[in-house]
Design a protein around this ligand. Sequence first.
Ligand code: TYD
Ligand code: MG
Length: 468
Amino acid sequence: MSKRSLTFVCQNCGAAFSRWQGKCEACSEWNTLSEEGAERSAGPGRKAGKGRLFALEALTGEAHDAPRLASGLAELDRVTGGGFVRGSVLLVGGDPGIGKSTLLIQAAAALARAGHRAVYISGEEAVAQVRLRADRLGLREAAVELAAETSVEDIIATLSEGKIPRLIVIDSIQTMWTDMVESAPGTVTQVRGSAQGLIRFAKKTGAAIILVGHVTKDGQIAGPRVVEHMVDAVLSFEGEGSHQFRILRAVKNRFGPTDEIGVFEMTGAGLREVANPSELFLSERDLGQPGTAVFAGIEGTRPLLVEIQALVAPTSLGTPRRAVVGWDPSRLSMILAVLEAHCGVRLGGHDVYLNVAGGMRIQEPAGDLAAAAALVSSLANAPLPADAVYFGEVSLSGAVRPVAQSAARLKEAAKLGFNQAIVPEAVRTEAVEPGLKVTDVRSLTALVADIAARGKAPRLVKTGGQDR
Ligand code: TYD
Ligand code: MG
């Protein structure tokens, strides 16, 4: 099969076909094929025919010197694994309006202030608009070089002149187009072609490039799914529109960890780094209200205390509602099932709402115990102690199981002035923090009994017989 005849490309999965058809046979999506020209040549200045010989190298050879360049934004550096690696390409994805452009102009300005050449190329906004934003951020004086350009060849030609920039921001990859490909801007082939050109430039010159990518409604980086495989790191910038803070997460990172997060707060003067996120997430806490529990969590290597809120109320519907924000709905179902089956807590006639305060998203199973405590506290109308933190995984048998990094969790709780920790049994023998009373629970039944005993309306909870 000749490659040149394949000219219809699926915009969803990138499969190529020789003629148009309504349905892509590769991914079964409808109406996604569009005509695209074949790439003109396989590489820059490459003639067809015999290949060039190259030398193979040993693994023990020399690595790049000073490979990282710290951005000056500590939260960004934490996520990238210590700064931008020379010649690396980073993709930053996120919803429109979340603050990608703001973050990157701030990073570029910080580098420029440190004396490095930083270039910001916008394909979406005019130079005046970018200037206006920089003005608002108080970055007017920073020596960032700006341009509003969309042609990859022009960009590469311009940047090859003079001193090679240390950082190039391309905002966004979807607006870029290259002469090497004959399809319309924004198509998969164009995005891939443009990214390829820029990646090649980065590897050749050692400049670090950041590509901005838009995210579709279902949370994927539109079009550049294909680009995700080509770049060195993919970061996603998340946040709830109604909340002030934003979380930067590494989805893929060839040079660092993928479980670190960076926390920022969107203020009138741009993004502010939040060095101690626990304080932020706990700042507006309703002390002494039933239905709230503080979870001592870990994000990457960093402990993070967040408040879990639950509301359990009698339902007026045939099928009670289960709504959850910031947590896995199937874990909520599991906890409810364990409460019903092992602890005698009847929830069939109640609506259950669970919310992780501040727009945070909990992904680790260690949140089970705190969620269960919040649920029972709301049902029994029994406020939990305001100075207590909870963590532990709940198993289907109702046992509370130990989780990783207990010492770090306890340390953070002690640091923020908490006096009690309710934890799985195995933790008790581990590191002890001064001023922190560590109470262990072996099973969810014991926890339910404890909370019900504090309740203002304990009749709501019928504990299931055996204690501890
Ligand atoms: P922007 O960086 O343009 O988002 P993106 O590039 O991801 O689409 O940020 C836009 C939002 O950020 C906008 O809704 C206003 C808000 N914002 C602030 O609250 N303060 C600021 O200083 C700036 C520059 C933006
Ligand atoms: Mg933008």
